[in-house]
Design a protein around this ligand. Structure first.
Ligand SMILES: [Zn+2]
Ligand SMILES: [Zn+2]
Length: 149
């Protein structure tokens, strides 16, 4: 089976759950991929997806994954971003294009469209000094909703 191109920059294989058999993951949301494509174009360089779709079995096998993860509904993707600067750049573009769930981790940034209002969260071990840098641009309300400054 050839992989199906969704947009110029992303194809279906990049988002696949990766199970060999018995996978119950749905299709990836094309709305999400359209937003990732807009971010990719502004970014001006490739974005590598480290996790896209997950069936229940796969999600349960991932330590710390949320039980109701948006990866289960095809509405989330994790983008590899190894430096703080890179994550920060993607974060700003994600807000610009209306991504509503943004998780900031040390190796990737999680982007999803499954929330009614934008929220941002950090990996528990994320350095405080790096979190503080965000406050130049965004104030996080107590319920994790971002306010752009
Ligand atoms: Zn699967
Ligand atoms: Zn994720």
């Amino acid at each position: 089976m050839g992989s199906k191109q969704i947009t110029k920059y992303f194809n279906e294989d990049e988002f696949s759950c990766g199970c060999r058999e018995g996978c119950t993951a749905p299709a990836i949301s094309h709305k999400l991929v359209a937003l990732l494509t807009a971010i990719r174009i502004d970014l001006g360089k490739p974005m590598r997806i480290s996790s896209g779709l997950r069936c229940k079995r796969k999600n349960m096998a991932i330590a710390g994954a949320a039980l109701r993860s948006k990866h289960l509904t095809g509405e989330a993707a994790d983008v590899v971003a190894k430096s703080h600067a890179e994550r920060f750049e993607i974060l700003k573009l994600a807000l610009k294009y209306g991504i509503t769930g943004i998780g900031i981790y040390s190796r990737h940034i999680h982007l999803d469209i499954g929330h009614d209002e934008p929220i941002i969260w950090f990996e528990a071990e994320y350095p405080t000094s790096l979190r503080a840098e965000l406050s130049q641009y965004i104030r996080l309300l107590p319920d994790s909703r971002p306010l752009l400054i």
